[in-house]
Design a protein around this ligand. Structure first.
Ligand code: KIV
Ligand code: NA
Length: 265
């Protein structure tokens, strides 16, 4: 594929090709991720944790999301870019939701937005879709409602919660979402959801019976090291490697090993 669109993702599911997605929040990282062949970059509100050091995703603002997303957009040539609507930018009413989505599309040149929740935000999603803005849903563990649950444990283990989740997924498909993220739910349930809708289901901690996977970039690169959920696979140990490199630099400066004859004018 030369350029990934929302249509490409739906075709990928129909053809049984899995979808790869990672987060990115800045130009330099996004350029590497896009160049490596990722299908989708999510400018996640996890920037609140990863970039800003907040404990939750709630504090990040729409302006801050726009800053991150516009940096990412400048870097990419091929992948689809999805931008999270942050907490407080869509929950009040559908008009506010549409205004926030429009700002993301206009001020960043983003390709689509993602909102957390099911039937509670149905009217907001419909209004955004009516404006021609593609929407990705997000069900299961929804970090913006962490204070309602109190923990980040696996969701939808009870039958009622599982049934509600399937119903929400079907509703999101029906109103026109192009894909759904399912976060931290039993693999069996996630597979069942993926089989009951024709739009792609992208999982994080949702097993391999879904249509694609997403991870937080800094987690899979091993830059963060205090977050160790079972679903996280680390492909590098950058925390250790960067620490080694930086302390070597410190030593080299102290010992006047750096810069040497060739590294000066
Ligand atoms: O903000 C984020 O990184 C996300 C993914 C975990 C799906 O929403
Ligand atoms: Na998010």
């Amino acid at each position: 594929y030369k350029r990934i669109t929302v249509k490409t993702l739906v075709d990928m599911k129909a053809n049984g090709e899995k979808i790869s997605m990672l987060t990115a929040y800045d130009y330099t990282m996004a350029k590497i991720v896009d160049g490596a062949g990722i299908d989708v970059i999510l400018v996640g509100d996890s920037a609140s944790n990863v970039m800003a050091g907040h404990e939750t995703t709630l504090p990040i603002t729409l302006d801050q999301m726009i800053y991150h997303a516009s940096s990412v957009i400048r870097a990419i040539d091929r992948c689809l870019v999805v931008v999270d609507l942050p907490f407080g930018s869509y929950q009040s009413d559908p008009k506010e939701a549409l205004r926030s989505a429009i700002r993301i599309m206009k001020e960043c040149g983003a390709h689509s937005v993602k909102l957390e929740g099911g039937k509670e935000i149905k009217e907001s999603i419909k209004r955004i879709l009516n404006a021609g803005i593609p929407v990705m849903g997000h069900l299961g563990l929804t970090p913006q409602s962490i204070y309602k649950f109190g923990t980040y444990t696996v969701r939808a283990k009870e039958e009622k919660e599982a049934a509600d989740l399937i119903e929400d997924a079907k509703m999101l498909e029906k109103i026109g979402c192009f894909a759904i993220v399912l976060e931290k739910i039993p693999a069996k349930l996630a597979k069942q959801v993926a089989e009951s809708v024709s739009i792609p289901i992208i999982g994080i901690g949702a097993g391999n019976g879904v249509d694609g996977q997403v991870l937080v970039l800094h987690d899979m690169l091993g830059m963060t090291h205090e977050f160790n959920p079972r679903f996280l696979r680390r492909y590098m140990s950058l925390y250790e490697d960067m620490t080694t490199a930086i302390s070597q630099y410190v030593d080299d400066v102290k010992s006047v090993d750096f810069p040497n004859e060739n590294e000066q004018y």
